[in-house]
Design a protein around this ligand. Structure first.
Ligand SMILES: C[S@@+](CC[C@H](N)C(=O)[O-])C[C@H]1O[C@@H](n2cnc3c(N)ncnc32)[C@H](O)[C@@H]1O
Length: 291
């Protein structure tokens, strides 16, 4: 069954279950994930002009990013509310906050489309690689507008242009080699990594929510994996639909998948055995009007 045919509540139940089932793997690979995505946290903090004493809301924080980077930036006079739909992801975020002695982080299970905070209660809202999993973006952005103080800032990081990205080409080549159907094409409202690849759709939604100073800024990530297997581990930890598809496959079929995936990486393998390719996306930033 694809998410295409599901109502928003069913999409979210499925998102919660999918991400919860792989929270442990996500957490276990956090160093690898931060090697690829850490730069996005810095970008979001800069764009949202996070500074000492700010109150920050992080939507869809997973195991704690960029919430923990924000907590470090705002210091003990500020605060961060780290939120996610998946309690399992959040448990790891809480664990990391405690391990880092970040007493200014609160963790709340929360649907980004139903932000459960008072009006005008935060200075900034951040979302790293989460908006594209929401079935009703307008509901989320309406909530962002409501909870921001006048002049408060919003910044999100979102993948774009699937046709130019190495990752979907790798996955496509692998599925093709096994005679499996390609992943469904991305579209707004049908949650998936590239569902918001059209930045103009997000800009229009930000404006509909009443936010101003809407800006889009492209980013390029340097994906670097020590080996094809390390890339595959990253992929399997993050790609819920792919995992779901392989869950029903026999052990033999999964081994075939791994072999085909490693073969598909050949064009990107460097002399040192690393796989390197670029990942592309954009930051979308906006603000609540001052009055
Ligand atoms: C790719 S992970 C990103 C996690 C984190 N922001 C990061 O960059 O590492 C996507 C996250 O979105 C969360 N998510 C999906 N739908 C959500 C919703 N409706 N509300 C809140 N979080 C949601 C998932 O549980 C998952 O933790």
């Amino acid at each position: 069954m694809t998410t295409e045919s599901l109502a928003p509540d069913a999409v979210k139940a499925r998102q919660r279950a999918g991400w919860s089932s792989q929270a442990r793997e996500f957490y276990a690979r956090r160093a690898l994930i931060e090697r690829q995505w850490g730069v996005l946290s810095e970008g979001l903090l800069e764009l949202a002009r996070i500074t000492t004493g700010d109150r920050v809301l992080d939507l869809a924080c997973g195991v704690g990013d960029p919430a923990l980077a924000a907590a470090d930036r705002v210091g003990p006079t500020g605060s961060v509310i780290a939120t996610d739909l998946s309690p399992d992801m959040l448990a790891f975020a809480a664990q990391r906050a405690a391990a880092g002695c970040l007493g200014n982080v609160e963790v709340h299970e929360m649907d980004a489309e139903a932000i459960d905070l008072p009006d005008a209660s935060v200075d900034a809202v951040l979302c790293r690689l989460g908006l594209m999993f929401l079935p009703e973006l307008d509901a989320a952005l309406g909530g962002v507008h409501r909870v921001l103080v006048p002049g408060g800032r919003f910044a999100a990081a979102i993948p774009w242009r699937p046709e130019g990205q190495a990752m979907p080409r790798l996955i496509g080549a692998t599925l093709d080699a096994l005679g499996l159907a390609p992943m469904p094409p991305p579209a707004p409202g049908r949650p998936g990594i590239f569902s918001l690849a059209d930045a103009s759709f997000v800009c229009a939604a930000l404006e509909r929510a009443g936010l101003v100073d809407v800006r889009v800024q492209p980013y390029t990530l340097a994906h670097d994996y020590r080996s094809p297997d390390e890339w595959l581990d990253f992929l399997m930890a993050l790609n819920v639909p792919l995992r779901e598809r392989l869950a029903a496959a026999s052990g033999e079929r999964v081994r075939e998948f791994r072999t085909a995936a490693v073969a598909a990486t050949a064009p990107w393998v460097r002399e040192d055995g690393h796989i390197r390719f670029a990942g592309h996306g954009y930051y979308a930033a906006a603000a609540r009007p001052v009055r």
